[in-house]
Write a protein that binds this ligand. Structure first.
Ligand SMILES: *[C@@H]1O[C@H](CO)[C@@H](O)[C@H](O)[C@H]1NC(C)=O
Ligand SMILES: *[C@@H]1O[C@H](CO)[C@@H](O)[C@H](O)[C@H]1NC(C)=O
Ligand SMILES: *[C@@H]1O[C@H](CO)[C@@H](O)[C@H](O)[C@H]1NC(C)=O
Ligand SMILES: *[C@@H]1O[C@H](CO)[C@@H](O)[C@H](O)[C@H]1NC(C)=O
Ligand SMILES: *[C@@H]1O[C@H](CO)[C@@H](O)[C@H](O)[C@H]1NC(C)=O
Length: 211
């Protein structure tokens, strides 16, 4: 007697359980997709503030050595100055980015009392992610330009020459072809060259980065 009645009841309850299970499954799926979406959004936000954030590469002039200084004051037959001067400049480019910083030819010019007396070029290169790239250049001075300066004689007799250097490193940072940024690094330095000691006494640098 209970059997025929129990059958439809079981069927009804089974149908209800199915519906409930489906509803639960849909809810479960929704939860998972929502979590996934949230995780993806969080990852994107983290990427934007870390990997995709282009940081300034830092250029430093570490060492300037006078490798060849030949300054002569000849009194006979008449007072004249002879100059032959070379500087070995050791620079480094520190790349704090998570990707490579590629740069083109670098240019360094030296001014002496407002006149450009030397121009030196460095080859293009790549500073790997979070690495420091060494860049050494040789700066040969143009003797005729130096000699045309009216302050040269007094500077040599005074024992020091003040120079200003301007370095420009044009480059770019490319993050997975999504973020591409041109970066131009500028470094200006004031140097005081000790003529007798054939060394650099003092150096003050200022850098600027254009993103
Ligand atoms: C300058 O000095 C270097 C090395 O001593 C020499 O090779 C070069 O010929 C000199 N240049 C001049 C213009 O005297
Ligand atoms: C650059 O110059 C510095 C200082 O003179 C030297 O220690 C370094 O080995 C040089 N690096 C390269 C790559 O020539
Ligand atoms: C870099 O310098 C080399 C040699 O002077 C030259 O052939 C090349 O075109 C320059 N590249 C750029 C991007 O200026
Ligand atoms: C070179 O610069 C230093 C510091 O700016 C200054 O004290 C000095 O008088 C300058 N020397 C010459 C010869 O201009
Ligand atoms: C370097 O000097 C140049 C020319 O005077 C100027 O345009 C540039 O802004 C200076 N850069 C820095 C970092 O001071």
């Amino acid at each position: 007697m209970g059997e025929p009645e129990a059958q439809p009841l079981a069927a009804v309850s089974r149908g209800g359980a199915d519906k409930q299970a489906r509803r639960r499954r849909i809810k479960w799926c929704g939860c998972i997709s929502l979590s996934l979406l949230l995780i993806i959004i969080v990852i994107i936000i983290i990427l934007i503030f870390t990997v995709f954030k282009v940081k300034d590469p830092k250029i430093t002039m570490n060492q300037v050595k006078v490798t060849n200084l030949d300054l002569k004051l000849d009194a006979v037959p008449r007072i004249q100055v002879r100059v032959n001067m070379t500087l070995a400049v050791a620079m480094t480019i520190k790349n704090p980015n998570a990707v490579t910083f590629r740069f083109d030819n670098t240019t360094t010019t030296m001014d002496y009392h407002g006149t450009t007396v030397a121009e030196a070029y460095g080859p293009p290169g790549e500073a790997k992610a979070r690495r420091t790239f060494p860049m050494n250049i040789t700066v040969d001075f143009m003797a005729d330009r130096l000699l045309s300066s009216s302050e040269l004689y007094s500077d040599i007799t005074g024992g020091e020459m003040n120079m200003t250097s301007f370095s420009i490193v044009p480059g770019r940072v490319n993050i997975w072809n999504i973020v591409k940024k041109h970066v131009v690094i500028n470094l200006n330095c004031s140097l005081t060259i000790d003529v007798r000691g054939e060394s650099v006494k003092e150096m003050i640098c200022k850098r600027k980065v254009k993103l």
